[in-house]
Design a protein around this ligand. Structure first.
Ligand SMILES: [Zn+2]
Length: 245
């Protein structure tokens, strides 16, 4: 028969109390951490609203120091750094985030897409392309195809731009700009017959290009040029240049 030392019985209330105290302590700690995290995020938002990006980044860095496991804060810091015009630092933050073991798959895909945007902002187009392809291979999303469309258009790689435009249209995105982009991508790819099916009365098909001389302004971005083109060199939109003089 097991004999129970009565001293254990005396210790029980103490152990119980210690457990209670430590649970209370943890609760207080987490509440304090949560409060300080919330306060820091309020400071980040206040700085962003007043366009003080440097200050916002400082508060965000403090929030990350307090909550090193909250990867969404690091994701936000990367976006902030890129918007601040520091894509190289954004890339560093993103790569360290992606190197974290056990990173959630959804966050990983988001981080990869943001990394592609960082590379674009830094002008490292080949890495941007590889990163976008990686995202599309793993999980084709509208955001990834929209980014690929914009990059392929920038590189004048029309068949690939067309491929992404058609993917987006296939997902039910029938915005006029996308239809217009598809029309021009087909024309640029030498597929005028298919383009005709979209917009048969387009001046580009009817060989009646607007006057080659004069001052043109883009209705999208205000870019001005003396050379007419179907695509605005300022913002990349199609059919937005109008003759003003
Ligand atoms: Zn424009």
């Amino acid at each position: 028969m097991i004999s129970l030392d009565p001293s254990w019985l005396l210790a029980l209330p103490l152990l119980f109390a210690m457990g209670w105290v430590s649970a209370r302590f943890d609760l207080r700690q987490s509440r304090a951490a949560r409060r300080s995290g919330e306060e820091r995020l309020s400071l980040v938002i206040a700085a962003l609203v007043t366009k003080k990006r440097e200050e916002a980044a400082t508060h965000l860095l403090s929030a990350i120091r307090d909550n090193p496991d909250d990867l969404s804060l690091q994701q936000a810091l990367g976006v902030l750094l890129r918007e601040k015009g520091e894509p190289d630092r954004a890339i560093e933050v993103r790569l360290s985030l992606l190197a974290r073991p056990g990173i959630d798959e959804e966050l990983k895909q988001q981080a990869l897409l943001e990394l592609a945007r960082d590379y674009l902002a830094a002008g490292i187009l080949d890495r941007a392309e590889r990163t976008i392809d990686l995202v599309i291979h793993e999980q084709p999303t509208q955001a990834a195809h929209a980014l690929r469309l914009s990059l392929m258009q920038r590189l004048s790689r029309w068949p690939e731009a067309l491929d992404s435009a058609e993917w987006l249209l296939g997902q039910g995105h029938s915005e006029p700009w996308l239809e217009r982009a598809r029309f021009h991508f087909l024309m640029e790819s030498g597929r005028a017959e298919e383009a005709r099916g979209i917009q048969a009365d387009h001046p580009r098909l009817m060989n009646s290009a607007p006057a080659a001389q004069g001052l043109f302004i883009c209705s999208g971005c205000g870019f001005q040029t003396r050379r007419h083109g179907w695509q605005c060199a300022g913002c990349g939109h199609w059919d937005t240049l109008a003759l003003i003089q």
